[in-house]
Design a protein around this ligand. Structure first.
Ligand code: PLP
Length: 483
């Protein structure tokens, strides 16, 4: 090497070494970040559940990425002012809209360690320990659902991706060809999560027929009408491809008649998929598990730890009855991966999903499950369901109309005013409540009726928070009823 390239190398090295933090600075930054996190958590009880800032964080667009760095304090101030106090506060126990996510601290520690150690969790050969951790979690969930020994699955970033993996797997197992795509029929209800339709589009199955089977008064699929629809389709030469059952719908927490649907799927040899993204972990409760009977007969199941196990956003799971089905779609070899071929004791996530380089996302679930055991999770889930029941009673005493009694921890209700359009009234009521931001509620429309939802799934929601919702709703009704 000549003189100039040696000094060039030194210069580059000095700059490049900034990517490694000296130990004293690391300790300072750790302390600064911890202080920020502590303050966030300490303030949580007083903070709004929904903060509608008029500028919606637009100042962030002026923060340009430059050649030189900025201070950590400066960046945390941006997070403080424009991110963490802006919009819905998913960490709040007064977030009762959509399906609230979790955020247990144990998972944050797991994420931190996964990032620092940067274990590569795609291939068993590369990180046998990390892959064993993930596979053991998957096996635990397969057993929870009641799937056989042949089953396995994949940890995804969420339920939508998990549903997509199930749909693509079924497509390939059934060897669906483009030429007869329009003969494929999928059976859902209007309460099936929209990510299923999205999955069909992404999977190249846009032309497949989607049959919306009517629901009963509790928004559960009518199995008799499902059977009739399948029979008609078979008679017309169509190919019933997939039946989608919901193990807790997003709107009302309804559980489809999973057993009867399994019978029909079996009889007509149709792929049976159960989307239990929201409700699936209620299987941890002896009280609720019987309601899911039939889920163990599914060909594929989706279940979301970032919902029912309260971990932070970024963890869904797909489980498939026969792991070979997953391999069919997702296994691929390449010459640059040849070193990995010898290690075959465990499935590699990269062979069971679209991902190759992959975050060690299992650690955010493994750590809390082992630190806490399952008991606090079971108790929290049962508590949320009981809170929903409590609200169901209390809100009727306050003069509200309710939908079906909650099966899990989600329900719908509305106020019917003495005069005026009740859809408009409830819409205004929710707008008024969102403006205040003390609690966050979301809404839905079923058969043109506007409903307010209560979705109790934040691990920070307890009796106190539900009483606050009731107070806020009462105040809202009083305010809007004033002449
Ligand atoms: C939330 C949800 C999904 C989508 O999962 P994401 O994790 O948000 O991608 C799918 N199905 C049901 C029933 C859900 O509640």
């Amino acid at each position: 090497m000549n003189q100039t390239s040696t000094s060039e190398l030194e210069k580059l090295e000095t700059l490049a070494r900034q990517l490694e933090i000296p130990v004293d600075q690391r300790h300072r930054w750790n302390a600064t970040v911890m202080e920020y996190a502590d303050q966030f958590l300490d303030e949580l009880p007083e903070r709004k559940a929904f903060d509608a800032r008029p500028d919606r964080g637009a100042r962030l667009n002026e923060v340009s990425i430059e050649k030189d760095g900025k201070s950590l304090e400066q960046l945390l101030a941006l997070l403080h002012d424009h991110v963490d106090r802006n919009g819905i506060n998913p960490a709040s126990g007064r977030h009762l809209g959509y399906i609230p996510g979790g955020g247990i601290y144990h998972s944050a520690l797991g994420d931190y360690l996964a990032a620092v150690t940067n274990r590569y969790a795609g291939m068993f050969f590369a990180s046998p320990g990390a892959v064993r951790i993930e596979n053991n979690l998957i096996r635990w969930m397969c057993r929870l659902v009641g799937l056989p020994e042949t089953s396995h699955g994949n940890l995804t970033s969420g339920g939508s991706l998990a549903n997509l993996i199930a749909v693509t797997t079924a497509r390939d197992v059934r060897n669906v060809q483009a030429i007869d795509m329009d003969k494929q029929v999928v059976y859902v209800t209007h309460q099936t999560h929209h990510c299923i339709q999205k999955a069909f589009r992404i999977a190249g199955m846009r032309e497949a027929q989607i049959r919306y089977i009517p629901t009963d008064t509790n928004f559960r699929m009518n199995a008799e009408l499902l059977r009739q629809a399948v029979e008609v389709d078979v008679r017309h030469g169509l190919q019933p491809f997939m039946i989608v059952g919901s193990g807790g719908t997003t709107d009302t927490g309804a559980i489809d008649p999973l057993q009867e649907m399994a019978d029909i799927a079996e009889e007509y040899d149709i792929w049976y998929h159960v989307d239990a993204a929201y409700g699936g972990f209620y299987l941890l409760s002896e009280k609720f598990a019987p309601r899911f009977q039939g889920i163990e007969r599914a060909n594929s199941v989706v279940i979301d730890p970032h919902k029912g196990l309260f971990v932070p956003y970024g963890l869904g799971v797909v489980l498939v009855r026969d792991v070979k089905n997953l391999l069919e779609t997702y296994h691929h070899t390449a010459s640059y991966l040849q070193d990995a071929l010898g290690a075959t004791e465990e499935w590699s996530p990269a062979d069971l999903s679209p991902e190759l380089s992959k975050h060690f996302r299992g650690l955010r679930l493994w750590l809390p499950l082992h630190l806490l055991g399952t008991e606090p999770f079971r108790a929290a889930l049962e508590e949320k369901a009981l809170l929903c029941q409590y609200f169901y009673q209390r809100i009727q005493e306050e003069g509200f109309t309710v939908g079906p009694p909650p099966e899990l921890s989600v329900m719908i209700y509305r106020y019917v005013p003495e005069e005026g359009d009740s859809n408009d009234f409830n819409e205004e009521l929710v707008q008024y409540i969102q403006q205040q931001g003390r609690v966050f509620l979301s809404t839905t429309r079923i058969d043109d009726v506007f409903w307010i939802r209560l979705a109790v799934l934040s691990f920070r929601t307890h009796r106190e928070e539900i009483d606050e919702v009731i107070r806020v709703l009462k105040e809202g009704v009083d305010y809007l009823s004033k002449p």
